[in-house]
Design a protein around this ligand. Structure first.
Ligand code: WTA
Length: 635
C-alpha cells in the first residue's frame, strides 16, 4: 500500500527518503494504485538532462478526463464537483455535480469534434472564470486536443502571439466578462487578435454578459445551440502518457513567451498527488483556490488536482475587492470553505483594508491556508495567520512554477512545522540543490545559492512548444545535469528553504511572471522612445512594481512628460495587458551598460529601490558617469 496521504513528520521523512532512493518504485506505486490506465507502462522513467529528455510511464495509455470524471461516477455522481461563484454577489452560485460535469464535458467534446478538432490540434481558450472555462479545458483533454488557456486579462496582441505560436485552429471565448464593476469586451479583443491569426477556423462563443458583439460569418458560432444538439455520450480518446495535455505560456527574460508543454500521464500523477497531500483534502471538504485558470495554479489546483481527487472545487469569477474587501471572506462563510489558497498580493491588498471586513464573517470552516506566486513577507504571513486562520490553520507557502506543473517545496499542513516566509521542505520526490556561481553544489545547511532540481519529477514540462533548444538553454544549460529554476534560495540551519526571488530578468508583479523583454519592446514601440530598461522595485501590495528607465529620441513628438508617461503605459496595455503597466517612469540620458552592451540592471534595481548608497563595482561600465545623472533625477 503506497502512502497517498502523509500523516506525520516521521512518515514524511520515511516516504521522502524512499522517493529519493527509489523514485521509480515510489512513483510507480502511486500511479498504479490511484489512477485509471487503459494500459500500463513499459518503463517508469527515462531521462537525460543533457538532451534534455524526460519520459514518465512510457507507453502507458490513459485519458485524464476518465480519471477526473468517469471513474467518480460510481461513487460521487451527485457530489458537487464545481461550485461557481459569480462576480456579482447577488447572482446565484451554481453547483455542478460530477454527473452533470461529466455530461457537459462530453457534450462539449462532441461539439469540438464536430467542429473539426482532432487529437493533437491546438485550441486556444480565452474565457473568464466561468464553468465553461473548466469544461472547455476538460473537453479538449477528452478528445486529445491540446488546450492553450490564455488569461483573459491579456491584450489582443498578446493573445495573437500565443494563438500563432502554437497554430491554434480554434478559439473559445465569450461575448464579454465581468471584473468587479467593469465589463470587458472579450469578443472584441479576440476579433482584433484574429486579424493577425489566419490559422483560426472557428470561434466558439459563450454568452456571458449579453453585450452586443460582432459574429463573423463562417467563423464565429454561439456555443449554447451547439451544446443543445450535442450528444451526451463521448468515448474518451486514448492518449499516450507522454502525449501533450496542454500548452501554457509563461514569460521569459528574453524573446517571446514560452509555451510550456505538459504531459498527460506524469502531469496527472503529480497534480493529483500534490493536491491531496498539500491541501490535506478530506472527502466532504470544500476547496477554494482564488487563482485564474489562465495561470498554472488554476490548471493544477482548480481543475486537474481537485477533480482527480474527486474534490469539490470552487471557481470564483470576481475580484477580492468587489463589492468590498470582504468578498473573499463572505464566500468562505457562504460555502463553508475548508481549504483556501491565494496569493501574497491578494493578502497584502486585503490587509490594507479594515480588519472588520474579515471579522464580519464566520471563517470557522477553514482548516488549511495556502499561498503561491511570490515570496510572502512576514507581515502578510502574520496577518493571514491571525486574522484569517485564527492562528489555527497551517499555512502552506507553496513554491513552484509553470514549468514544474505542481508544487515542489511546501510544508505539508499538520505535518511540517511552519515558519513565516519559509516554503520549508521539499515535497515528496523533489530533490533540490543550491548552486554557487561556479557551478558547484553548496552542501550543508545555513547556506544560500541558486535553486536547481537534481532529478526529474513526473510533472516537469517536457519542452517549450516549437523550440526544444530554448528549453535546453533556459533550464538545463546553466548547471550540468540539473534543472535550473531561475530562483535564488536560502537553506536554513534545519534544512528549511526560503525562496529569495528571481535571479534573472523575470520580475514577479502581483504574483505574475513578467519578463522584462516584452515590456521593453512595448515601450520602445512609442515613437518618442529610443531605448528603455525596466526593473522591479518593492511595492506594498504588488510585491514588486515596475520602474521604467526610458531614453527619449532627441526629436520628440510629445513634449509633455506626463502625457508621454500615459502613452507609454497605453502602449504596454495594448501590447501585453494592464498587469504590466509601469508605476514609475523616469526619463534618462543613458542607461548603464557593460562593455559588451548589456544593461546593468543590478544598478537600476538599486536606484529604483532607493538603495543606491552602495552600487558595488561599476568600473566595468562603459558609461559610469550616467549613473550619477540617473540617481540625481530618481523618482
Ligand atoms: C515565484 C506560479 C516564493 C518564483 C506557480 C517562481 C514563489 C515563479 C513562490 C513562478 C513562493 C512562486 N515563494 N516565490 N511560494 N511561488 N514563486 O510560473 O520566483 O507563474 O520561479 O508559477 O514565482 O511563477 P509561475
Amino acid at each position: 500500500m503506497s502512502n497517498y496521504h502523509i500523516k506525520n513528520l516521521e512518515e514524511y521523512f520515511q516516504v521522502y527518503n524512499k522517493s529519493v532512493r527509489e523514485p521509480e518504485t515510489f512513483w510507480e506505486e502511486i500511479a498504479e494504485e490511484h489512477f485509471l490506465w487503459r494500459k500500463k507502462w513499459d518503463k517508469v522513467l527515462s531521462w537525460d538532462f543533457k538532451k534534455p529528455e524526460v519520459k514518465w510511464f512510457e507507453n502507458a495509455k490513459l485519458n485524464i478526463t476518465e480519471n477526473c470524471l468517469d471513474r467518480h461516477l460510481a461513487t460521487r455522481k451527485d457530489k458537487t464537483a464545481i461550485i461557481f461563484e459569480p462576480n456579482d454577489p447577488n447572482e446565484k452560485s451554481e453547483h455542478i455535480t460530477y454527473g452533470q460535469l461529466h455530461e457537459r464535458v462530453c457534450k462539449m467534446a462532441n461539439v469540438l469534434a464536430e467542429n473539426g478538432i482532432k487529437k493533437g490540434d491546438r485550441v486556444c481558450i480565452y474565457l473568464p472564470m466561468i464553468p465553461e472555462l473548466a469544461i472547455s479545458v476538460l473537453a479538449c483533454a477528452r478528445i486529445g486536443a491540446i488546450h492553450s488557456v490564455v488569461f483573459a486579462g491579456f491584450s489582443s496582441t498578446a493573445l495573437a502571439t500565443r494563438v500563432n505560436d502554437s497554430d491554434c485552429k480554434m478559439v473559445i471565448t465569450s461575448d464579454g466578462s465581468y471584473r468587479g464593476k467593469k465589463q470587458i469586451d472579450l469578443k472584441g479583443i479576440v476579433d482584433t487578435a484574429l486579424e493577425e491569426c489566419p490559422g483560426v477556423e472557428t470561434v466558439l462563443t459563450v454568452k456571458r454578459t449579453g453585450a452586443e458583439i460582432n459574429m463573423k460569418d463562417g467563423r464565429d458560432k454561439w456555443l449554447a445551440p451547439l451544446l443543445e444538439q450535442a450528444s451526451a455520450t463521448n468515448i474518451a480518446q486514448e492518449m499516450d502518457a507522454e502525449d501533450p495535455l496542454f500548452i501554457l505560456y509563461t514569460s521569459g527574460s528574453t524573446g517571446k513567451p514560452k509555451g510550456m508543454v505538459h504531459s498527460s500521464g506524469g502531469y496527472m500523477v503529480f497534480a493529483a498527488y500534490t493536491f491531496k497531500n498539500i491541501f490535506q483534502y478530506q472527502e466532504d471538504d470544500i476547496y477554494w483556490c482564488t487563482a485564474d485558470i489562465g495561470w498554472i495554479t488554476g490548471h493544477s489546483y482548480i481543475v486537474y488536482g481537485p477533480l482527480l481527487n474527486g474534490a469539490t472545487t470552487l471557481m470564483f469569477e470576481g475580484v477580492p475587492t468587489y463589492p468590498d474587501a470582504g468578498r473573499f471572506w463572505q464566500v468562505v462563510e457562504e460555502h463553508k470553505v475548508n481549504q483556501f489558497y491565494t496569493a501574497p498580493t491578494a493578502i497584502r491588498a486585503l490587509a490594507k483594508a479594515s480588519v472588520d471586513f474579515v471579522n464580519k464573517y464566520d471563517l470557522s470552516s477553514l482548516k488549511v491556508l495556502g499561498t503561491v506566486g511570490e515570496p510572502i513577507n512576514e507581515d502578510a504571513w502574520d496577518w493571514y495567520n491571525i486574522n484569517v486562520g485564527d492562528g489555527k490553520c497551517p499555512i502552506a507557502d507553496t513554491w513552484w512554477q509553470t514549468e514544474t506543473g505542481g508544487i515542489m517545496i511546501s510544508p505539508i499542513p499538520f505535518v511540517t512545522p511552519t515558519i513565516p516566509t519559509f516554503a520549508t521542505l521539499p515535497f515528496i520526490g523533489i530533490q533540490p540543490a543550491l548552486m554557487d556561481a561556479e557551478g558547484n553544489e553548496i552542501k550543508g545547511n545555513g547556506v544560500q545559492g541558486r535553486l536547481c532540481i537534481k532529478f526529474p519529477w513526473p510533472g516537469i514540462a517536457r519542452t517549450i512548444w516549437g523550440d526544444h533548444a530554448r528549453y535546453r538553454d533556459t533550464y538545463f544549460a546553466a548547471y550540468q545535469d540539473k534543472y535550473f529554476t531561475g530562483d535564488g534560495a536560502k537553506r536554513d540551519p534545519v534544512g528549511y528553504y526560503r525562496i529569495t526571488g528571481r535571479v534573472d530578468d523575470v520580475i514577479i508583479v502581483s504574483g505574475h511572471n513578467l519578463g522584462t523583454a516584452p515590456i521593453e519592446d512595448a515601450i520602445n514601440e512609442h515613437n518618442d522612445v529610443a531605448e528603455s530598461a525596466i526593473v522591479g522595485f518593492p511595492h506594498d501590495i504588488k510585491g514588486n512594481a515596475l520602474y521604467g528607465f526610458v531614453i527619449l529620441n532627441e526629436e520628440r513628438e510629445t513634449e509633455d512628460n506626463d502625457q508621454l508617461r500615459k502613452e507609454i503605459n497605453q502602449e504596454i496595455t495594448a501590447q501585453i495587458g494592464p498587469i504590466a503597466k509601469l508605476d514609475k517612469i523616469q526619463f534618462v540620458p543613458g542607461l548603464p551598460k557593460t562593455r559588451s552592451g548589456k544593461i546593468m540592471r543590478r544598478i537600476l534595481r538599486k536606484i529604483a529601490a532607493d538603495d543606491a548608497k552602495d552600487l558595488g563595482d561599476i568600473s566595468t561600465l562603459l558609461n559610469p558617469e550616467v549613473v550619477q545623472e540617473i540617481m540625481d533625477d530618481a523618482l
